[in-house]
Ligand binder design. Structure first.
Ligand SMILES: [Zn+2]
Ligand SMILES: [Zn+2]
Ligand SMILES: [Zn+2]
Length: 455
């Protein structure tokens, strides 16, 4: 049996032979439930601090092929279905506990006013639309450059034209990239405006201080890419007292008032940002949806599943790349089908603007692979609910207890681990996918991690 470590980590971890050690490795994969594990070599030795006696030793040398496999924890179904399902479960718990309590969040939050809110971006020019007739216009308008602004085609899902501009010369690529880069800031302003609008809707005098001392707007938010390459946000928003979930919101804040304020806050949000030819003022799109959670609105359970669903959805398909660009040439080197022409133009725009001093604060080159959008797909406010880290810690605690390891009061731990590879060789990845499929079949889950149509 031979262990082959790929140079540069390109082809990943590889082994040869199918002996007993291989079968043991397959069983480890089964328990791990990940098709793209991270591989490490090293050891962790735990000693009793007083006696120096070894109470627990964990060495990769004792594992099949001498490597420790850790789950990739990827949230995307297309990259690792088993991990995405676990992640989806975690997302669900995080969102759900913020709606009904549990996992360290008081059950009382279920009585607080809550709403499901979707916030969109404004238009940056007309784009082709999926289904029915794309853009039928009897008056057959044209743009200043003479291009048709109507389209009678029927675009099926997956048509690369969906989301692409009708006129690439008039389309406001720079504004869109800057909007994506500012989306987080706009959201934060939206949440603050929401607090003020609650006051206004109740007919109370509005000051930031009064709002802060009376209530707190908590939220869990998911960013989703629309086909036109712009992010929009889905969020669960909850009104607490000033100290968060354990604190009662003022009695005058009702679910209906929250929905009213959530809608009124949209047009109030603006931000001054750099633009192609000087500073511009941006805001949110006119399309803003707010629905009450509980009472007569959507159910607690539906709101949590709805939001968690967006987390594992591979929304940025053919629009974003998984890692930052090392050079502008990367954009055109990405194989066909991996990026649409529209996404490439947006990335080039982000790269170009990123080289200008006046766009420095937006760090556009660092985030060009996400069309300018910075940061995380899922975020929540501090007071909303539990975290991924807490949920993982809980699982580890459970495993440790299940393994029957009882640690003395004072221990010293000596650890040394080095990174071997991220992912497996294509051959082993296929085996891992097969193992995961078997496990999923046994659990009755849908075995769908084989991408349906793309390379
Ligand atoms: Zn995984
Ligand atoms: Zn069209
Ligand atoms: Zn035009």
């Amino acid at each position: 049996m031979r262990l082959v470590l790929a140079v540069g980590g390109v082809s990943g971890f590889e082994i040869s032979g199918f002996g007993p050690e291989f079968r043991e490795w397959v069983r480890a994969l089964e328990r791990l439930g990940c098709v793209s594990p991270v591989l490490l070599m090293g050891h962790t030795i735990t000693r009793d601090a007083r006696t120096g006696e070894t109470v627990h030793a964990f060495r990769s040398a004792d594992l099949p092929f001498g490597v420790l496999m850790l789950p990739c924890n990827n949230r995307r179904e297309q990259i690792c279905l088993p991990c995405s399902l676990l992640h989806n479960g975690d997302s669900f718990q995080i969102v759900r506990s913020g709606i009904v309590g549990g996992k360290g969040v008081p059950a009382d939050v279920g009585t607080h006013p809550r709403a499901f809110v979707t916030v969109t971006a404004p238009s940056f020019g007309p784009v082709h639309r999926e289904g029915a007739l794309c853009r039928p216009r009897r008056d057959k308008p044209v743009c200043p450059r003479g291009r048709a602004l109507s389209c009678l085609a029927l675009h099926v899902p997956g048509d690369p034209l969906v989301g692409a501009p009708l006129c690439v010369e008039c389309y406001r690529y720079a504004d869109q990239v800057v909007w994506n880069a500012s989306a987080g800031g706009l959201w934060w302003r939206y949440v603050r405006a929401l607090g003020r609008e609650l006051f206004r809707a109740a007919g109370l005098p509005v000051t930031d201080k009064a709002v802060r001392e009376t209530l707190r707007v908590s939220y869990a938010r998911v960013a989703e890419f629309q086909r036109r390459g712009v992010v929009h946000f889905h969020a669960v928003v909850r009104v607490d007292g000033p100290d968060g979930g354990a604190d009662e919101p003022p009695a005058w804040v009702t679910g209906a008032l929250l929905v009213q304020a959530a809608q009124a806050a949209g047009p109030r949000v603006f931000m001054d940002v750099p633009g192609e030819t000087g500073p511009v003022r941006i805001g949110l799109g006119a399309q803003l949806d707010a629905q009450e959670i509980g009472a007569g609105g959507i159910s607690d359970q539906a709101a949590a599943s709805y939001l968690a669903k967006y987390v594992t959805k591979d929304d940025g398909r053919a629009l974003v790349l998984a890692s930052p660009l090392r050079s502008e040439a990367w954009i055109d080197q990405a194989p066909r089908g991996v990026l649409t022409a529209h996404a490439r133009t947006l990335m080039h725009t982000a790269w170009r603007l990123g080289g200008r001093d006046d766009f420095g604060t937006l760090r556009l080159r660092q985030w060009a692979h996400q069309l300018g959008f910075r940061g995380n797909v899922v975020t929540k406010s501090r007071a909303y609910s539990t975290t991924y880290g807490a949920l993982r810690g809980e699982r580890q605690e459970f495993r440790r207890a299940a393994a029957g390891v009882v640690l003395p009061d004072e221990v010293v731990t000596e650890s040394s681990w080095r990174f071997v590879s991220k992912g497996l060789s294509p051959r082993l990845a296929e085996i891992a996918a097969g193992v995961a499929e078997d496990v999923a079949m046994r659990k009755g889950q849908r075995p769908s991690w084989i991408p349906d149509d793309e390379p």
